[in-house]
Design a binder for this molecule. Structure first.
Ligand code: PEP
Ligand code: MG
Length: 306
């Protein structure tokens, strides 16, 4: 028991019976790295680009990426390529004036309008990764189809980046997760946007909180489809939306077969404790109970009973 308690306050994420679930950090820069993290599951690079009239110079990007890689020797760092558009417009992408920005040219879609912005970013990430021992993975936001995923992976490989994945934030991509995985090495489910697009509910609208609740069974079904596809392909599937930070929901995610949970660093200790107090079998029973429920409230209650 003493060993379990020690393991629960620091160190890698594990269930009570030792099944690993990596606990990773969501960061916007090296400054956000605090506490005991196994790595970074979401490095939001758009902070580098915001408030500028031109993309950040390549050398500046290399320095920013290198400062994160250098802080995590031997650990995984998942870099997300620029997620601009919608609520984060950038003058050099000339996207202004879309009637429905959340459904417009955002995320990876912007790379089609400005391919040099993506290729410069990928080559800056590759250069920053040289000479560090960090395990650098790269992923694209707002991918909708297997073809987009495969194109992105090809761009990563031609920049010299070995491990390429995509975020699952669009229901179409979750429904075809197996086909998406044929072209990439991993998936990371962004539950913030996946909720928004699944329920047609603006993620910033407080009045729609009930629809945006991660315990909504439809959202859990889509996450389950991704986890099942990952198991079939033998490729890792993680979750990097806010839902991963809920210590109770994290058990459901582990039970679905999610391999890593990425969250704000301050949320990691509570999730680590929660995992350490439950076996993988208990997590699986909670996941089954939540999937069988008809409402978010019933899913929460059923998981708690299980
Ligand atoms: C998400 O959509 O769940 C996500 C992690 O990305 P962001 O919150 O940056 O859109
Ligand atoms: Mg998102």
């Amino acid at each position: 028991a003493a060993r379990t308690r020690r393991a629960a306050s620091t160190g890698p994420g594990r269930t009570a019976d030792g099944h690993p679930v990596a606990l990773l950090a969501n960061i916007g820069s090296a400054k956000d790295l605090t506490g005991d993290v196994e790595g970074v599951g979401l490095f939001r690079t758009e902070l580098l680009y915001l408030g500028r009239t031109a993309p950040p110079p390549r050398a500046e990007q290399v320095a920013a990426y290198r400062s994160v890689f250098a802080a995590l020797p031997g650990r995984r760092v998942v870099v997300r390529t620029l997620d601009a558009g919608a609520d984060k417009p950038l003058p050099f992408l000339r996207l202004a004036g879309e009637p429905n920005p959340a459904l417009g040219i955002r995320g990876l879609r912007a790379a089609r309008q400005a391919p040099d912005v993506l290729s410069t970013q990928l080559s800056a990430i590759a250069e920053a990764a040289e000479g560090t021992s960090a395990d650098v993975w790269v992923m694209a936001p707002m991918v909708a189809t297997p073809a987009e995923a495969a194109d992105f992976a090809a761009s990563c490989r031609s920049a010299g980046l070995r491990t390429a994945g995509v975020m699952i934030e669009v229901p179409a991509a979750a429904l075809r997760a197996g086909a998406v995985l044929r072209g990439v090495d991993f998936l990371s489910v962004g539950t913030n946007d996946l909720s928004q697009y699944t329920f047609a509910a603006d993620r910033t609208c407080g009045d729609l909180a009930e629809l945006l609740d991660p315990w909504q069974p439809a959202l859990i079904s889509l996450i389950a489809a991704c986890a099942t596809a990952g198991a079939g392909a033998g490729k890792p599937v993680g979750v990097c939306g806010e839902s991963a930070a809920d210590p109770h929901f994290a058990l459901v995610l582990a039970g679905l077969g999610i391999a890593s949970l990425s969250m704000a660093p301050r949320s990691i200790p509570a999730v680590r404790q929660s995992l350490a107090a439950h076996t993988l079998d208990e997590c699986r029973r909670m996941a089954e109970a939540a999937l069988a429920a008809d409402t978010a409230k019933a899913a929460r209650a059923a998981a708690r009973r299980a």
